[in-house]
Design a protein around this ligand. Structure first.
Ligand code: HEC
Ligand code: HEC
Length: 346
């Protein structure tokens, strides 16, 4: 799946040595072949979830989950819903360096996007949760986030009579409200939050001018010299794995769960790059403000320590290369209709 720039480089050199007379002709076709092989790796698969099952959620369950996701009555203060920190207008993040929870408390990490989490085998920056169902009640009960005890949550939800028909529709006519059902509905809704078609998708489908020349050069850099696709691959631009990319941080990330594996210290989950230009600031604690600064960080490599990935740093990118990589990332933003904010039942 992953390509390394050195492999294609060697391949190219071997062909050029074997056919010295055709060097110029060969160089250009080889470049085209490399580009189209790379393009194929980023084509959208058939839509399947993390377990390979087809995504075909029950519309009534999704409708209920959509309301719950936006309902601030699920928080103790009555003012915070999941959408406060996972806001569709901010590509399902919150635009802050770190999340702000109950009582205006700063959380330790940035609110990640929930875009494309249907396909993620592990959730959170450190991968500590395995399923959307398992996670959905977490932020509600967490004192730092929505700070709502489950028995109080049930009490409040049972008092909102307008919810009953929605629970009945989602659960075969049975209107009873349980925390398990709340979790199932929220997770079903989250699975529908998928990034739509971006100019980049139209480009790899053959529409040659769907993205600028700069973005096309950026793509070549992304998949070769800049080594980005070593970790940001597939149509979601993530390997679903964990890496230390040399950020200035005390956070051990996945290392907290795997203390004996050196490469997991300070390692966080590779985020999707879909709709990335709508989601500043970047990284697990919002350490980097702009996409340009992100590329500059990779070019230099940040903090060298034993856990840092060898694919980061010493990239030798020029100013022009940096701009091209940014232009490429901007071509990954989808042109979706704005998300509807549901009318909440009373
Ligand atoms: C106060 C802000 C806040 C609220 C409210 C909140 N979240 Fe989050 N969410 C976060 C933060 C911060 C993380 C990352 C935590 C970590 O990695 O340690 C996160 C992580 C997630 C993830 C994992 C995403 C990934 O790519 O791994 C999902 C899914 C999620 N939240 C869904 C929800 C749902 C559903 C709700 C409502 C029930 C909710 N969140 C409420 C801040 C919030
Ligand atoms: C060794 C794997 C690896 C390589 C190589 C890599 N990335 Fe990343 N990328 C990550 C990880 C892991 C994170 C999250 C790091 C963190 O927050 O601790 C990340 C974060 C990002 C973010 C911020 C995403 C967000 O939501 O905050 C952007 C943008 C990004 N990378 C772009 C690039 C570009 C452009 C390149 C090539 C110049 C690149 N990456 C190379 C693994 C990698």
């Amino acid at each position: 799946m992953r390509r390394s720039s050195s492999t294609t480089g060697r391949f190219g050199a071997a062909l050029l040595i074997a056919l010295p007379l055709n060097t110029a002709v060969f160089a250009s076709t080889l470049e085209d072949t490399n580009r189209s092989t790379a393009m194929a790796e980023f084509a959208r698969d058939a839509v399947q979830d993390a377990d390979g099952a087809s995504l075909d959620p029950d519309p009534a369950l999704v409708e209920l989950g959509h309301m719950l996701f936006f309902d601030p009555r699920m928080s103790r203060s009555g003012s915070q819903s999941c959408a406060t920190c996972h806001n569709p207008a901010l590509a399902w993040g919150d635009g802050l360096p770190v999340g702000v929870g109950d009582g205006m408390n700063n959380l330790g990490r940035r609110s990640p996007t929930i875009l494309n989490t249907a396909f993620a085998p592990l959730l959170f920056w450190d991968g500590r949760a395995e399923s959307l169902e398992e996670h959905a009640l977490g932020p509600i009960v967490s004192e730092a986030e929505m700070n709502m005890a489950l028995e109080d949550l049930l009490h409040i939800m049972e008092g909102i009579v307008g919810y009953r028909p929605y629970f009945a529709a989602a659960f075969g006519g049975d209107e009873s409200i349980t925390t398990d059902r709340i979790a199932q509905a929220i997770a079903a809704f989250e699975r529908t939050v998928i990034s739509g078609e971006a100019p980049f998708d139209r480009w790899i489908a053959g529409e040659e001018d769907a993205i600028s020349e700069a973005a096309q050069r950026g793509f070549d850099l992304f998949t070769n010299e800049a080594k980005c696709s070593q970790c940001h691959d597939t149509w979601r631009f993530t390997d679903d794995s964990f890496h230390d990319i040399g950020l200035d941080t005390e956070d051990l990330g996945r290392g907290e769960l795997l203390p004996s594996i050196e490469s997991m210290q300070h390692a966080c989950k590779t985020p999707t790059l879909r709709n990335i230009d709508q989601r500043a600031p970047y990284m697990h604690a919002g350490q980097i403000a702009t996409l340009r600064d992100v590329v500059i960080h990779y070019n230099d490599g940040g903090i060298a320590r034993p856990s840092r990935s060898p694919d980061v740093g010493n990239l030798g990118l020029t100013d022009q290369d940096i701009d091209d990589l940014v232009a490429f990332m901007r071509a990954l933003t989808s042109e979706d209709e704005p998300v509807t904010i549901p009318v909440l039942p009373h």
